[in-house]
Structure formats: structure tokens, C-alpha cells
Design a protein around this ligand. Structure first.
Ligand code: PXL
Length: 279
């Protein structure tokens, strides 16, 4: 069984970060080891959330694993709470990365042109540094702009996305996948670039007019899970984009839907079906 380490926060209520990554990756058949960076009562879109920072626990936990000779097939980072945690994540990469370890980074820090409340521009610069050694990075347009010093645009054309991907290339990751990219009216999806050979790829599906928290984490978890199951990145991206869109549609049809996240619990069986039929 493949073993993946995911480093991100636990938002106890809110369906994001570890409360998505752990169930989704486990359901996809990967042993999922978690390293929680903080425990929050909810994600940060709620008012008055509580936070217990766990920065001082990260290295002791990792060192214990090291002493037990634990190995990881993949390391996947998401929301990291602070500059210091980015530095510690880099140390942990050095401790556990081998030639065969897939390093998958979702540089979670903002959306819709804005940083999340906990972060500033200096944090964005550090996140750019974190992305440098990755195999795959999956920023949204906001995060890509913040890491490359590019002006964020609500409306854009293909040229803007291509130039953003070219700028991401300078960060040093092998492959960048830009998420939340709409290349035609009524469509949304991703556009990626394999910087090792300059090839671009894209996948678009029907746009669902709803914004839900945690859908980026859902996309990333499914994408890295599918790669671990042996899919090519292009196949994984398609599976993840289709599944995320499907889950948003199912959530919208639920009259009792919570405002803070999507009903991925209902759609996990569909994800497994999709993975099986294509295998
Ligand atoms: O889904 C990204 C995310 C993860 N964790 C926390 C967040 C957010 C986005 O706001 O607040 C705590």
C-alpha cells in the first residue's frame, strides 16, 4: 500500500484540509499519515474561530517517525499556518524525501485575488520558495499571482494563463497545475505545464455557479491520490476536476446543505467507481 504524509491544519468543523485529505486519500486506498500544523475550531471563514498552534510538535513528531524508519511514497502539503511552519515543512522534506517520493504542494493562501486572513505578502514569498523543489504544484490563479508578483485579473484570456504558467516555471517545480481556470464562457478547469519539456495541458468541464470552501483541498487530495494509484498527472487532473464538479452539483441539490463545505461524503462511492472503471 502506498503511504502518503499530508501536512496541513485540522479545522475540526468545516470540511477542509485534513478533514478532507484523510478520508479521501484513505478511501482511495492510500495509508494516510497526518501531520497537523494547528487545531482550529473551524476554518477561517467562520467568525471567532479558536486556534491552537502545533508548530513546536512538528519536528519532534517527524523525528520520531525517522527513528522508526518510516518512509513515504508521497508528501502532500496544504494550508500551513505560518512562515515558521513553511521552514519546518522544508526540513521535513529533507528528512523524508528520496528519489521516489512524490512531492505535491498546494500553496494554500488565498482566493479571489485576496490572501486568507492569516497571511501577508512575505508569507506568499516563502510559499514560492517551498514550491521550488516540488514535483507538482497546484496553485489557484490568486496564489500563482501572489507567488510570481503578477496582477490578479477577474477576467483574462488564454495568453494571461500561459504567461502565468511560464512565470511559475521560474519557481523551480517540475510541473505546475493552475486551478480554477476558465478558458471559455460557462467552463472551468485547469491548465498545467510540464516545465521539464515546456508542454502545456488543459482540462475544462461545465462551470457550476457556486463557490464552496474546501473544494481546492478536495481537488488536490483526489489528484495526488490518483497519481499514487498510478494514473498519469493528466488523467489524475481530469478525475479530480470531474469529481469536484460532481460533488458541488450534488451538494447544491441538497436542501439541507451546510454553507461551509461540500457533501463529499455522499460522492466518495462515485469517485471509487470512476477510478475502478478507468483501471
Ligand atoms: O481550504 C483551505 C483552508 C484550510 N485550512 C484553513 C482555512 C482554509 C481556507 O480558508 O482557513 C484553516
Amino acid at each position: 500500500m502506498k503511504r502518503i504524509l499530508t501536512i496541513q491544519d485540522i479545522s475540526c468543523l468545516g470540511k477542509c484540509s485534513i478533514t478532507i485529505a484523510l478520508p479521501v486519500l484513505s478511501a482511495m486506498g492510500a495509508e494516510t499519515v497526518i501531520l497537523p500544523t494547528a487545531v482550529l475550531s473551524t476554518h477561517t471563514m467562520f467568525k471567532n474561530f479558536t486556534v491552537r498552534d502545533l508548530t513546536d510538535q512538528l519536528l519532534p513528531i517527524a523525528e520520531h517517525w525517522k527513528s522508526e524508519n518510516v518512509r513515504f511514497d508521497a508528501i502532500y502539503t496544504g494550508y500551513l499556518g505560518s512562515a515558521e511552519e513553511i521552514e519546518i515543512a522544508k526540513r521535513i522534506f529533507e528528512m523524508f524525501r528520496t528519489e521516489d517520493t512524490l512531492l505535491f504542494i498546494d500553496p494554500v493562501m488565498g482566493d479571489n485575488g485576496k490572501l486568507y486572513p492569516a497571511f501577508d505578502q512575505a508569507y506568499a514569498a516563502l510559499n514560492a520558495g517551498l514550491c521550488a523543489g516540488a514535483d507538482i504544484i497546484v496553485p489557484n490563479i490568486t496564489e500563482a499571482c501572489l507567488m510570481t508578483g503578477t496582477e490578479y485579473r477577474e477576467t483574462y484570456d488564454r495568453e494571461y494563463i500561459v504567461s502565468l504558467l511560464e512565470k511559475l516555471s521560474a519557481l523551480g517545480a517540475a510541473v505546475s497545475v493552475l486551478t480554477g481556470v476558465s478558458l471559455a464562457p460557462g467552463k472551468t478547469g485547469v491548465m498545467g505545464c510540464d516545465h521539464r519539456n515546456g508542454t502545456f495541458f488543459e482540462y475544462q468541464n461545465g462551470r457550476v455557479d457556486a463557490v464552496y470552501h474546501g473544494t481546492g483541498d478536495l481537488f488536490s487530495s483526489v489528484c495526488v491520490g490518483a497519481v499514487l494509484r498510478g494514473r498519469t498527472l493528466e488523467e489524475a487532473v481530469k478525475i479530480a476536476a470531474d469529481y469536484t464538479a460532481h460533488t458541488i452539483r450534488v451538494t447544491l441539490n441538497n436542501p439541507a446543505k451546510p454553507w461551509y463545505g461540500v457533501d463529499f461524503e455522499k460522492t466518495l462511492p462515485d469517485l471509487l467507481d470512476a477510478l475502478r472503471t478507468a483501471e
